[in-house]
Design a protein around this ligand. Structure first.
Ligand code: FNR
Length: 364
């Protein structure tokens, strides 16, 4: 369909399913085991209802928040592109589509360690001052990771996300059944058509023996703000704050790691109940299952400072390249602004627990 006819992010998924290769569709859409967590990530947003207020002068609304990791007053839309690997499986320009669209819209792009476009190519496509975040998987060969971090720091990237929810890949059976050629990735692993699926082919270098002292190691080699991505319990959110990180991302890798890991929104609700102080002292971001502007507003009302989306941007750029990614950003921005007006707020700072009702937790 013509891009102007695409009205919501789910439509990009339907279009991608029709047009992607079997391998790309399996890699992008698959999740761990029975994909229960993948579905729950999204369903959890159904527990949260709004308490909209009326007659509150909503002609002008400001849909921005302080930029992730930035202390200089810069602002951005409250969502970002979650780092997701292998955009070239969907479109020849791959991650460059995301860099270009994010640059135009002033949206933060998370760059996957396993991107199919090199960091240098993305840096070349970057416009002056464009915010970027680099996502790292720590290599068993620690020197290789150190080299990457030094390059990232020298490149003026804003922050690093260290992904900690995938010491091994989840068992993604749809991906495992699709054996094909794999394009090379930034993580430095070779290609493999023998491997069981794309995920295994690009993840063999990841160190499964990491412990909390990895944070000290990080600070010893890189000065950029650090976000731990893949926090799945309040217990680990507390530990992360004790170990001195700028922030955390509540995430279960879009359901791709441990099946029956809780939906990040449920973890955020529990964090707000048990340790609301941590939402002040650290930056807490969330990803997984976010598909609507109202989802973004719900997460912000619960105290998240930013919300990531993975698959929707992969699907959008697969079907329509840079235009698709830009359209996805516009759709979300419009939904957020419209949602703000209908909720009766003009600034995202006005969001808070008083603007929502939370239904009891259920089996999704
Ligand atoms: C991912 N994700 C991911 N995360 C990460 O830290 N490094 C990576 O290389 C990847 N690669 C990746 C590939 C694909 C195809 C997907 C779908 C996801 C996880 C990603 O950052 C994010 O946590 C989830 O995508 C969020 O869930 P949704 O928005 O896809 O539901």
């Amino acid at each position: 369909p013509e891009i102007g006819a695409v009205l919501n992010l789910d439509e990009f998924e339907l279009i991608a399913q029709e047009h992607l290769s079997d391998q790309a569709w399996a890699y992008y859409s698959s999740a761990g085991d029975d994909e229960i967590t993948k579905a729950a990530n999204r369903a959890a947003y159904g527990r949260v209802y709004f308490r909209p207020r009326i007659l509150r002068r909503v002609g002008e609304v400001d849909p921005t928040v302080p930029l992730l990791g930035a202390e200089n007053g810069e602002r951005t839309l409250p969502f970002y592109i979650s780092p997701a690997a292998m955009a070239k499986l969907g479109h020849p320009d791959g991650e460059l589509n995301l860099t270009r669209a994010a640059g135009q819209a002033g949206v933060v792009q998370g760059i996957s360690a396993n991107a199919s476009v090199s960091l240098d190519e993305m840096l070349t496509a970057r416009i002056a001052g464009q915010p970027l975040m680099y996502q790292l998987y720590v290599n068993r060969d620690r020197a290789a990771s150190e080299k990457i971090l030094r390059h990232v720091e020298a490149s003026g990237v804003n922050a690093v996300m260290l992904t900690v929810d995938a010491p091994v890949m989840g068992k993604r059976e749809r991906d495992m059944r699709c054996k094909g050629e794999v394009v090379s990735v930034g993580g430095g692993t070779g290609t493999s058509s023998e491997a069981k699926g794309v995920a295994q082919a690009i993840s063999q270098y990841i160190d499964a023996d990491l412990s909390w002292d990895i944070i000290d190691w990080y600070h010893s080699v890189c000065k950029l703000p650090l976000f731990l991505k893949g926090i799945q319990t309040v217990e680990d959110a507390i530990l992360a704050s004790e170990h001195g990180v700028q922030g955390i991302v509540l995430s279960n890798h879009g359901g791709r790691s441990l099946d029956y890991s809780p939906p990040p929104l449920d973890v955020l609700i529990e964090l707000r109940e048990r340790r609301p102080d941590l939402l002040e002292s650290m930056h807490v971001y969330i990803d997984g299952g976010v598909r609507r502007g109202t989802d973004v507003l719900k997460a912000l009302a619960l105290g998240a400072r930013g919300v990531g989306l993975g698959r929707p941007f992969l699907y959008a750029q697969s079907g329509y390249g840079e235009e698709g990614a830009l359209r996805a950003i516009d759709i979300l921005k419009d939904e957020i602004e419209r949602g703000m007006r209908l909720l009766g707020i003009t600034s995202l700072d006005e969001l808070g627990p008083h603007m929502i009702d939370i239904l009891p937790r259920v089996a999704y």
